[in-house]
Design a protein around this ligand. Structure first.
Ligand SMILES: [Zn+2]
Length: 309
């Protein structure tokens, strides 16, 4: 689409809120608004209300900017089926099975880019965030789940299966006796990386291995006074380091950007690179491990950048 205005609209559609942003090509914000995600029932009504809410947000934004038909990208917590174009794997479940892109394209009268939220995060950080100077960026979400996305030369890499960067459902590499307690992942496999490195996975693993009930926050608060908490943190560092090392061995990224709740653990950026050298197949590791720049705003900014090609 020709974008003479120089504006890019992004929408982050989540289970609790819908946010819109308008960026210019330099990444400056010109409009932003956040509303609650409609919660009407039954599901088909909620779906229609979401379509309506997004349409109204776009109209309001374009009136404020005195523009129309601006390019629009949307980040969703799910993905489109490659076979049918219908939404799958969305935790806003009323979207599942719906022709979301077609419906919105009709009501807004323009083509729309849609990507999952991990890919939007990756794009945001690679284009003008923590990875903006890097040639290749692997962006990692460490939150309630573990996901990721690849951006090379500021282009999102989307493979034929649309699963690029889904390292969370690979097995934990180089397992030892200390990794013997394996959890069953929701995907059906045993011992996925996500079951060790997501927030809930780490808490459960800590309970299995150290018989203490602490979430990640509790582990961090108590690690200097409680030996089991320190052991749990050290294991987390070791597991994150070797899981990332196996990615580095395949794609050799310039920068790895962490996002999600657990990316706020500042000590990881020092501790993990001290360990990953033991696993990376190289005499030295130049890859940088950095914290995201845009935090909660990365999803909506990345959605806007879906049209920045
Ligand atoms: Zn899994």
């Amino acid at each position: 689409m020709v974008n003479a205005s120089g504006f890019f609209l992004g929408i982050d559609l989540g289970g609790t809120k819908i946010e819109i942003i308008a960026l210019d090509s330099q990444g400056n914000e010109h409009f932003r608004k956040r509303i609650d995600t409609p919660k009407t029932q039954p599901a088909p009504t909620q779906y229609q209300d979401i379509i309506h809410a997004i349409t109204e947000l776009v109209k309001e934004c374009e009136i404020a900017l005195k523009q129309n038909s601006l390019p629009l990208g949307i980040g969703i917590p799910g993905s489109e089926s490659l076979d049918t174009g219908l939404i799958k794997n969305a935790n806003t479940t009323c979207l599942i099975g719906q022709p979301f892109r077609d419906d919105l394209s009709k009501t807004l009268n323009r083509p729309i880019q849609i990507e999952n939220d991990a890919n939007c995060f990756a794009l945001s950080e690679a284009i003008d965030g923590a990875g903006k100077h890097a040639q290749s960026v692997f962006a990692v979400i460490l939150g309630t789940g573990v996901g990721g996305g690849w951006v090379i030369n500021k282009r999102l890499i989307v493979g034929p299966n649309h699963i690029c960067g889904e390292w969370g459902h690979n097995p934990l590499p180089w397992p030892t006796e200390q990794d013997a307690f394996q959890q069953t992942c929701y995907c059906g496999k045993l011992g996925c990386i996500e079951t060790y490195l997501s927030g809930p996975g780490w808490a459960k693993q800590t309970e299995l291995e150290h018989q203490i009930k602490l979430n990640s926050k509790g582990i961090l608060q108590q690690r200097h006074t409680l030996k089991a908490a320190q052991q749990s943190y050290d294991l987390y560092v070791e597991r994150l380091a070797k899981s990332l090392a196996s990615v580095i061995n395949i794609m050799d990224p310039s920068v790895i950007v962490l996002g999600g709740d657990l990316s706020n653990i500042d000590s990881l950026y020092e501790d993990v690179p001290k360990v990953w050298g033991s696993y990376v197949f190289s005499d030295s590791v130049k890859t940088k491990l950095v914290k995201n720049q845009y935090g909660d705003s990365s999803g909506v900014r990345g959605a806007a950048w879906l049209n920045k090609i």
